[in-house]
Design a protein around this ligand. Sequence first.
Ligand code: FES
Length: 74
Amino acid sequence: MPTGTDRRAPVRVRLDPYGPVLVEGPVEIEMPDGTTVSSDRFMVALCACRRSRRYPFCDTSHRRKPRREPAESS
Ligand code: FES
């Protein structure tokens, strides 16, 4: 079990194929514009669908409309 002083301990990240990326917190997220947002939560849900109004955090908007699978090329 990692401790607060063990900086080399791996951070567990869980990928939900139809939802957010779940990251063990606390986290600091560097945004493309250079700003930083943070969360002190034990588990942080990061939006992977880009529908969240609280981006980069998941607000469960991914549940409203299923993502379409890419069309198969023939
Ligand atoms: S993954 Fe939940 S709102 Fe985008």
